[in-house]
Design a binder for this molecule. Structure first.
Ligand code: PMP
Ligand code: GLU
Length: 397
């Protein structure tokens, strides 16, 4: 059957593909350690599940307003107002079926064919594909690992054109776990103030997962004049361990929210009614629910980091957020292991899955060849077993 030209070029999400492969092996009884997909291993906190059950029992099982219930929008407003110092109105908020869906709606509502979107690398795999599906052009800008991959002002100047429509800031970052603090954000905020036509897309989905006692700062608070071209995307998946429930949201100028809401009214309609009730409860309880998970993630980061640092030649920065490590494995490329040819990071990930039974995501689809991404959102025992397996597999003759 012939499929449209539009979808012929779309690759499957590599993060989800690795997860599917690992799950298939596990289903066959193979003991795979999965550092593949980025999702918390914790169960959704009980107060959220209880709120979903209550909503179900109260008959909140019908269509809701397309962009979300008044209850959810109030909870989103309440969560962000202290962080931002001002309140978004209902007309400036839209809830969607996951952050991925929020971003997809956003690109469709924002981009015209040929519009360029600046994408700091390494970047989450779905950004370039979604931008292209909306007719836009991703324009990659590289930062250095020793600078937490923050792009320099010179690098930004070098890629900006009259077609630049937007820039994506994903802080903390998937795949690197890098957290950009206020000092690192300030020059970018000042640069954006000098470029009045650029829309700022802040993907803050890991905003609550920042370690070492550091505080997340929304770039908008450093440059409040950006508000009429600032788009904040986030969701419940990572902060509240709600990946399967599918709830994301966007705070943005009302014209954009209205366009996204019209688009959503013709595609998915509202996100699940009962999930909205759960997400609202999560946002109201906020850090009370998140803090215990954040503490566990920080301990696991330390464990995974120390084990990886023991592998000679692997260069791994200390990430301050999210739940990813992004080591440079290029010292291990360009040779064969036990007859398995490993030229690239993609080969290395295949080798590790097939021979060491460890699922990791290669750096190439994140715009960073030579690197591997490890999601350490798994138990301490699995982290130790998995990284020891990697170390052993790299010793193979
Ligand atoms: N943005 C980033 C950077 C992510 O890592 C993810 C997780 N896949 C998302 C958005 C979307 O997550 P979800 O659709 O589960 O809300
Ligand atoms: N964000 C996660 C990841 O990068 C979930 C999978 C996906 O949606 O890409 O692994």
């Amino acid at each position: 059957m012939r499929v449209s030209k539009r979808v012929q070029q779309i690759p499957a999400s590599p993060t989800l593909a690795i997860d599917a492969k690992a799950k298939a092996l596990i289903a066959q009884g193979v003991d795979v350690v999965s550092f593949g997909t980025g999702e918390p291993d914790f169960v959704t906190p009980k107060p959220i599940c209880d709120a979903v059950v209550r909503a179900m029992e109260a008959g909140q099982t019908k269509y809701t307003a397309v962009g979300g219930t008044a209850e959810l929008k109030a909870a989103i407003r309440g969560y962000y107002e202290p962080r931002l110092g001002f309140a978004y109105s209902d007309a400036e908020i839209i809830a969607s079926c996951g952050g991925k869906h929020s971003l997809y709606n956003l690109f469709l509502a924002l981009l015209d064919p040929g519009d360029e979107v600046i994408l700091p690398a390494p970047f989450w795999v779905s950004y370039p594909v979604q931008i292209e599906m909306a007719g836009g052009l991703p324009v990659i800008v590289h930062g250095r690992p020793e600078d937490d991959f923050v792009p320099s002002i010179e690098a930004l100047d070098a890629v900006v054109t009259e077609r630049t429509r937007a820039i994506i800031i994903n802080n903390p970052s998937n795949p690197t776990g890098a957290f950009w603090d206020t000092d690192q954000l300030r020059p970018i905020a000042a640069w954006l103030e000098r470029h009045p036509n650029i829309v700022v897309i802040s993907d803050a989905i890991y905003e609550a997962l920042v370690f070492d006692g550091l505080a997340y700062t929304e770039l908008l608070t450093l440059a409040p004049s950006l508000r009429d071209r600032y788009v904040l995307v986030s969701g419940s998946s990572k902060s509240f361990a709600m990946t399967g429930w599918r709830l994301g949201y966007t705070l943005a100028p009302r014209e954009l929210v209205a366009a996204m809401t019209n688009l959503q009214s013709q595609s998915t309609s509202n996100p699940s009614s009962i999930v909205q009730a759960g997400a609202a409860e999560g946002l109201r309880q906020g850090d009370t629910l998140i803090a215990p998970m954040r503490a566990r993630f920080a301990e696991r980061r330390d464990l995974a980091l120390s084990l990886l640092q023991e592998i000679p030649g692997v260069v791994v920065p200390r990430p301050r957020g999210a739940f990813y490590l992004f080591p440079d494995f290029s010292a291990y490329l360009g040779r064969s292991y036990d007859g398995f040819e490993v030229k690239t990071d993609v080969d290395l990930a295949s080798y590790l899955l097939e021979r060491a039974r460890v699922a990791v995501v290669p750096g190439t689809p994140f715009g960073a060849p030579g690197f591997l991404r490890l999601s350490y959102a798994t138990s301490e025992e699995r982290i130790t077993t998995g990284i020891r397996r990697i170390a052993a597999a790299l010793q193979a003759p």
